[in-house]
Design a protein around this ligand. Structure first.
Ligand code: FAD
Length: 484
């Protein structure tokens, strides 16, 4: 043991037997079949089965296991529902996985403060349902809601379909508890809306992808459930018309636009015509499609959307549209947008970009990306769909499955992102897949500061190694950012 208390060469075996003593047999899985199940997430990145899977059932157990791992210099990969799309929960060789699957449940709902306190491993949908049962809402919502956990959505600062109205996960967390690499616990499960007593440390952990600490519990901000919603699909000539439509909708409905999602014709044709994933409710083909949902206290949401339709048709902006007349019809419209979660098999090998740019520039950015990709022999079909009110496009680019093709396509797109002062990931996170591209979104000075914070909180680099910050020997793309 050196002066830091770390035993750098201690065999993982010794650490795992100490962990089993502490967590009990139910708290540690070591069979090859069990470990194989926790090797990776939904990113498609091939992971390595961890040496063991640790399943703490309390903050105290999480703290004890981290202290043991710290003493034995054993690296850990935090895991929630493993629905992540960036490989952040995928295991490199020689680590243990720490899953929050036994840290589940809603702890408390405070209807007056409009907060819900939950364990980190609670599925997002369980939290949404618990809030709805008392007439309130937890407004973070993503397609993977049934499996993604509160801890995972916090660690990735998940976005999703309600960001326009309610913000990212960061905007919906009031208090947080996290365990650091050495086992110390930072707990501030506060319900305070206003608290300026120094740095707001919870923001360090939100979006930190498990490299600074393990989230164990959180206090979430709820909103009053609004009784009426209306959902519609609009066919438009292009992205510029969609922005016009968004501005008009804002002037009519203010903050009542729940979602404003965009689908380019390449995506639309793929999910409605080239595959059987879903089917088009419209007879013709158009230049752009928008799914809009609004809410209303009065039960007049449908009428209000009709008024938007009328105005858009009169102005010659809307070309066709469908207004859902029932919950089932609304769900069928949502299926058009959420089918992106099912394209993987049908589309073959592809890169799933998650780009963020200024909402007003998104259409032009996509045109520029299409033009660059058209010149690349390595790039195949392109599908574009996204949260256009937030300036976030999911750009799926097919290729021949070779690493070299992936690398070429990524350089072209991420250099474009850098030139447009955008984000290489708007919501899915950097994980392991995008770690070497972070320099296209962050300046060297920002990266130095981030690495300094990591070194302060996790001096031995044990928390989620290789995620967010690329391994030292990886070819990184820390391209100097041009100032706007
Ligand atoms: C069909 C589908 C739709 C999706 N839609 C969206 C979307 O609209 N918007 C969006 O933002 N994402 C979306 N995602 C991505 C994914 O669901 C989110 O990133 C989600 O937040 C991950 O939660 P998880 O519990 O599965 O975390 P995991 O995948 O297990 O982990 C994700 C990251 O968080 C870390 N982590 C997990 N739990 C903890 C913890 N308790 N403490 C510290 N670190 C932790 C992991 O190490 C990893 O780096 C989608 C995924 C799928 C499969």
């Amino acid at each position: 043991m050196d002066s830091t208390g770390i035993q750098p060469n201690s065999a993982p075996k010794a650490a795992i037997s100490e962990l089993t003593e502490t967590l009990g047999p139910n708290g540690v899985l070591t069979t090859p079949e069990d470990c194989a199940r926790y090797a990776t997430d939904q990113s498609g990145l091939a992971g390595t089965p961890p040496l063991a899977v640790l399943r703490p059932a309390s903050t105290e157990e999480m703290s004890q296991l981290m202290a043991i791992c710290h003493r034995h210099a054993l690296s850990v990969v935090p895991q929630g529902g493993r629905t992540g799309l960036s490989g952040g929960a995928s295991c490199p060789a020689g680590v243990v996985a720490v899953t929050t699957e036994r840290l589940t449940g809603v702890i408390e709902i405070d209807e007056e403060a409009m907060t819900l306190t939950a364990w980190a491993g609670t599925p997002l949908e369980t939290v949404q349902e618990a809030a709805r049962a008392v007439g309130l809402e937890y407004c973070v919502d993503i397609g993977a809601r049934g499996t993604a956990t509160i801890g995972g959505t916090i660690a990735t600062n998940a976005g999703g379909i309600r960001v326009l109205q309610r913000g990212m996960t960061r905007d919906n967390v009031l208090g947080l508890e996290a365990v650091l690499a050495d086992g110390s616990v930072i707990s501030r499960l506060a319900k305070t809306v206003k608290d300026n007593a120094g740095f707001d440390l919870k923001h360090l952990f939100i979006g930190s992808e498990g490299v600074l600490g393990l989230v164990t519990r959180a206090v979430l901000r709820l909103h009053r459930q609004v009784p009426g919603t209306a959902t519609a699909l609009l066919a438009l000539p292009d992205h510029a018309a969609a922005l016009h439509c968004l501005n008009l909708a804002r002037s009519m409905f203010g903050g009542r636009i729940v979602a404003f999602e965009g689908m380019w014709p390449d995506y639309w044709d793929f999910v409605c015509r080239e595959t059987t994933l879903t089917s088009s409710p419209l007879a013709d083909r158009y230049g752009f499609y928008v799914l809009i949902e609004i809410d209303a206290e009065t039960g007049r949401a449908e009428e209000e959307l009709e008024a938007l339709f009328t105005e858009l048709f009169e102005q010659g902006i809307a070309l066709d549209g469908v207004l859902a007349k029932s919950g089932a019809e609304a769900q069928a419209l949502w299926k058009l947008r959420e089918a992106v979660g099912e394209v993987d098999d049908a589309f073959g090998p592809h890169i799933n970009f998650d780009i963020g740019v200024s909402p007003s520039a998104l259409g032009q950015f996509c045109e520029a990306a299409d033009a660059r990709l058209a010149t690349l022999p390595e790039a195949g079909a392109v599908l574009k769909v996204g949260h256009i009110g937030d300036g976030n496009v999911h750009l799926l680019v097919a290729h021949d499955g070779r690493d070299i093709s992936e690398d070429r396509i990524e350089s072209v797109i991420y250099e474009l992102v850098r030139d447009w002062h955008g984000a290489v990931t708007a919501e899915h996170g950097i994980g392991r897949i995008k770690a070497r591209w972070i320099g296209c979104s962050r300046s060297p000075e920002e990266l130095t500061l981030m690495r300094g914070l990591k070194a302060q909180l996790d001096p031995h680099g044990l928390l989620n190694p290789g995620a967010l910050f690329a391994a030292p020997d990886a070819a990184c793309h820390e391209i100097a950012l041009k100032q706007p």
